[in-house]
Ligand binder design. Structure first.
Ligand code: ATP
Ligand code: MG
Ligand code: MG
Ligand code: MG
Length: 471
């Protein structure tokens, strides 16, 4: 077995299958029967009802490679992408699960043996965190892994205490970190500069030990459970001897394709754009394969935001024609074997990307020009006025976070209260126009369509057929 992403995924699954775990397929990115959750964001999501006892499974142990998206909702890593070495919007979480079967000791043993045995990671590069009250975990790490006390870090925050919700299963976690070495900036977990990329969290072991009852009482679970999550791309970086997730085999292939299509090398300031394009291509493609289509609300709007952010970066690299859709074959080649849904949906993915890129291109350039003009005098710490941010949103189809992302490099923000006020005023005006015009039917249809289809389509309509009719 080699250290490409596809081999690492198999090694993980085979290892736990060899230890009595049932290999279970990734569940879709759109959670079944859970309208409260935007996207599947962890391996345990498909097993929620098993952990709460609502469902039982024939086998008490499972292993998965789970597709995850963390963009929108509680976990949102969208703003980290391109700026940290370790965050993606779409990533794969490898996990082993015990449903009331083995617990802490066996979980730590299995994890340690995989990391230093199968994967062969250097012991002196590894450190772990435990919840500050979890002496049991600390002593298990000392005994099983032989880790010295200074590499068993006690953390008192919620980072090391997991809870499913306000009530339900919960418990301490213990995380394994890899030290990429002093040439990378950042401090160990729990230190003031822990957000750097030197000490990378590769694996989170959750010990579901308690049940949180309504009213604040916490009682021990009769049969505690295990839920773990290891970031495939992060462990691949370690195994491939690179310090950045975007330098692993899979991302190198995607970025190479992006370099070819744009004719721009991934160097200097262009590196971030290539990385963002590669990341957003994966997220968009997997979301489309799981049935999400771009729209102006809910999940579809998160997809649209991701796609349009990617397109802005393609534009930054000089692309004047739709680009992202041309990278789909490379993605399918790299990941289609592990995820056949990508192969099945390839045509839909390409077509959806191409259509969205074609539509947004009509307004992207003009919006960027407006943005440049409106923000040219702004210095770091200043904010773009909410009126302009709203116009970009409403007339040019710029999601708010795209505008924020565009200004971020210069340290300029957006006046959010002003943005909300402009949005509210437009709604109020539309309602007033509707009640006063005597042409209720047309006005209503116009407003509803505008909200549904979004600004881009309307500007297209406006410029092609009725210049200047709409504000
Ligand atoms: P971080 O602190 O680095 O943001 P996390 O604590 O939010 O990570 P967990 O919720 O514990 O992450 O998820 C389990 C594992 O999934 C992490 O240890 C990490 O390896 C991986 N992971 C989490 N978020 C991402 C992401 N956005 N991109 C890639 N891998 C991730
Ligand atoms: Mg996180
Ligand atoms: Mg963390
Ligand atoms: Mg974590």
């Amino acid at each position: 077995s080699g250290s490409g992403v596809n081999e690492i995924r198999s090694t993980f699954i085979d290892y736990f299958a060899g230890h009595g775990h049932e290999p279970v397929h990734s569940s879709p990115l759109v959670p079944r029967n859970d309208p409260t959750l935007m996207f599947t964001n962890a391996g345990m999501v498909q097993f929620k009802n098993v952990f709460t006892g609502l469902e039982t499974r024939a086998t008490p142990r499972a292993v998965t490679a789970q597709k995850c998206v963390r963009a929108g909702g509680k976990h949102n890593d969208l703003d980290n992408v391109g700026y940290t070495a370790r965050h993606h919007t779409f990533f794969e979480m490898l996990g082993n699960f015990s449903f009331g079967d083995y617990f802490k000791e066996r979980a730590i043993e299995l994890a340690w043996n995989l990391v230093v045995g199968e994967f062969g990671l250097a012991r002196d590069r590894l450190l772990v965190t435990v919840y500050h009250e979890d002496e049991e975990a600390a002593s298990l790490w000392r005994r099983i892994a032989g880790l010295p006390d200074e590499r068993i870090i006690r953390i008192a925050t919620s980072d090391n205490f997991w809870a499913m919700g306000d009530t339900g299963p919960c418990g301490p976690c213990s995380e394994i970190f890899y030290d990429h070495g002093p040439e990378v900036a950042g401090g160990p977990p729990g230190s003031p500069d822990e957000d750097g990329d030197r000490f990378i969290e590769i694996w989170n072991l959750v010990f579901m030990q308690f049940e949180q009852l309504p009213g604040g009482k916490r009682v021990p679970l009769p049969r505690p459970s295990i839920d773990t999550g290891m970031g495939l791309e992060r462990v691949a970086a370690v195994l491939q001897g690179v310090h950045n997730n975007y330098d692993i085999d899979l991302f190198r292939a995607l970025i190479r394709a992006s370099e070819e299509v744009t004719g721009v090398r991934a160097e200097g300031p262009n590196t971030a754009s290539h990385r963002i394009i590669a990341d957003h291509l994966r997220a968009s493609s997997f979301l489309i394969a799981d049935g999400v289509l771009p729209s102006n609300e809910g999940r579809g709007y998160v997809l649209r935001r991701i796609m349009r952010r990617g397109m802005r970066h393609a534009r930054l690299l000089g692309a004047r024609e739709p680009l992202m859709y041309r990278l789909v074959p490379t993605l399918v080649r790299e990941m289609g074997q592990a995820y056949p849904e990508l192969v099945r949906a390839e045509a839909l993915i390409s077509e959806t990307l191409r259509l969205e890129e074609t539509r947004f291109r009509r307004t992207l350039d003009r919006g960027l020009t407006l943005l440049d003009e409106a923000s040219s005098g702004l210095t770091p710490g200043a904010s773009l006025d909410g009126e302009t941010a709203f116009r970009l949103y409403d007339t040019y189809g710029f999601p708010l976070d795209l505008t924020q992302d565009a200004l971020k490099a210069r340290g300029v923000g957006v006046d959010l209260a002003g943005f909300d006020a402009a949005m509210e005023r437009q709604r109020a005006e539309a309602r007033a126009a509707w009640s006063g015009s005597g042409e209720a039917a047309t006005e209503t249809v116009w407003f509803v369509l505008k909200e549904r289809l979004g600004a881009t389509e309307f500007l297209g309509y406006e410029t092609e057929q009725a210049e200047g009719v709409v504000s």
